[in-house]
Ligand binder design. Sequence first.
Ligand code: NAP
Length: 299
Amino acid sequence: MLTGLHIAVIGGDARQLEVIRKLIELDAKLSLIGFDQLDHGFTGASKEQMDEVDFSTVDSIVIPVSGTNLQGQVETIFSNEKILLTEDILKKTPEHCVVYSGISNSYLDSIVSSTNRKLVKLFERDDVAIYNAIPTVEGTIMMVIQHTDITIHNANIAVLGLGRVGMTVARTFAALSAKVRVGARRTEHIARIFDMGLTPFHLSELKNNVTDIDVCINTIPHPILSANVISKMPAHTLIIDLASKPGGTDFRYAEKRGIKALLAPGLPGIVAPKTAGQIIANVLSQLLGESLEDRKGNE
Ligand code: NAP
């Protein structure tokens, strides 16, 4: 239970509603900032303006997966107000206050470090990344179905990268009876791909492994699908780039060549916001519970 914990939830999208639900269930005291246009009220949580919150009693601040932008603005789909998380706000919080975000940037890193507060980046955790790979792959399947005129069954699919997303992508498309080959650079990844019953290739051989593919799914956040590689693909190839912006594809060249290449960020929040929210809510509530226990132990 999170009884006695005061949490400021600042902004977000549909995923944050799952977080709010879970935190209320666990009896936390919530201040919701950036939710003024949300019709739904939450019993046990109050919608407040930033300047109405008494930050001196806030134990934790939860901001959306995207964190802040480089000017400190926090995205919210439930308000038209401009919401800023600033150094001054963090200074008002107690020393033990922890900020929870999905990812960070130089702005967020700098205000957290100048105020000596702790920042937890949920999306850097393996468990979150692995759970999130599940809705990501479901979204990828949806996109492949939407943008091809062939079945996944028997299609030649190249997956690039065997990280947390690549592993789930490769396994799931193979389970749908696609002919999956996976490109990686580490020998242990090559061995794992072989172990999974899929066809491995080293990324140094990438251009020789795309000459007969129907779909290429990239998970590598590095410019891997260069003009040189794309030029070897059949004209009907569909590229789905899952890597974080700007992706790993030379989109300009793909377009010039008439190859459909789609950057597909944020699929969990698009195809399964409820599940994606529950993934965050479960991990977050566990971490908040642990930090509460730690504090009680130190008192
Ligand atoms: P990950 O576990 O770190 O895996 C990244 C993979 O890329 C690893 O196989 C890594 O290989 C490889 N890689 C990285 N840099 C490389 C380079 N320079 N050359 C060759 N290979 C390289 O990351 P993840 O959790 O799978 O996420 C992959 C990407 O998808 C990230 O950009 C993430 O933000 C994004 N993502 C997107 C969505 C979406 O909805 N589109 C959802 C979740 C995640 P090594 O192990 O050899 O380094």
